[in-house]
Design a protein around this ligand. Structure first.
Ligand code: GLP
Length: 241
């Protein structure tokens, strides 16, 4: 396990941004998985700033997001497609055919999951997967209890998470939501993973993820077993280690 602790939030955001830029420069045809949320917002903005100042060829980079909400039109600001498109894919001129995202509206999500995973495999698999840390230890939308052997699937929504999404997106209460996510097994097949967490509110979960047992009750704890995973933290998130 590699653990990197940044002295503050600013150093954390910049360090995380350079990890993504570094991957693209090191391997111009990289397949890079991102994640959405408060943790990644600044980081994506910094990636875009660096690219504006020091442009390079991104024509062979493939970007995708680790998860996506189902049954929301992409026009909702809370859709991962929309967030990643605005925050990073468009600013970096990633070609549309190399911005891989599952559809949010379709009749057969099982097939959509299979197709999404196969499309990533067809591009050679995931070179780098950036992961946020959920408040209860979830990664992607794999909530506690998800089998470690899971492949890309549609996870039932955790009630707290669902309430947050509904609040952020304004979806009516009777509109069914789901979380299409890379499974734990799919995530573990990435060649390189960077788990990023910042802020004192993540400290207890960071402690459980790194120092607790590897258990399906804390999905992120499985990352202890990955041969090439970096845990990138700010001092607040690392304060209980
Ligand atoms: C959501 C996303 C995850 C993300 C997590 C952390 O659950 N589906 O991919 O890692 O939020 O969010 P935040 O960075 O806002 O704490």
């Amino acid at each position: 396990m590699k653990i990197t602790v940044c002295k503050d939030e600013q150093e954390f955001d910049v360090t995380a941004a350079w990890r993504i830029i570094g991957q693209m420069l090191h391997k111009p045809d990289s397949v890079i998985g991102l994640s959405t949320g408060q943790t990644t917002k600044n980081m994506h903005a910094i990636v875009s700033d660096i690219f504006r100042q020091y442009p390079f060829d991104t024509g062979r980079v493939t970007l995708f997001n680790v998860d996506e909400l189902t049954n929301l039109p992409r026009s909702y600001a809370g859709c991962c497609y929309t967030m990643i498109a605005e925050q990073i894919a468009r600013p970096l001129n990633i070609p549309d055919e190399r911005f891989l995202m599952p559809r949010t509206l379709c009749d057969d999500f099982e097939a959509e999951c299979r197709n999404f995973q196969q499309a990533l495999e067809a591009r050679g698999g995931i070179d780098l997967q950036m992961l946020g840390l959920g408040y209860n230890g979830h990664i992607g939308i794999n909530q506690p209890g998800t089998p470690f052997g899971s492949e890309t699937w549609v996870s039932p929504m955790d009630p707290i998470f669902e309430a947050r999404v509904r609040k952020e997106t304004g979806v009516p209460p009777d509109y069914p939501l789901g979380g299409l996510t890379l499974g734990i097994r799919t995530i573990m097949h990435a060649r390189h993973i960077i788990l990023i967490a910042k802020g004192a509110h993540k400290a207890e979960m960071v402690r459980q993820m790194l120092l607790g047992p590897v258990t399906e009750e804390i999905p992120a704890s499985v990352l202890q077993l990955h041969p090439n995973c970096e845990f990138l933290l700010d001092a607040d998130a690392a304060s209980l280690l």
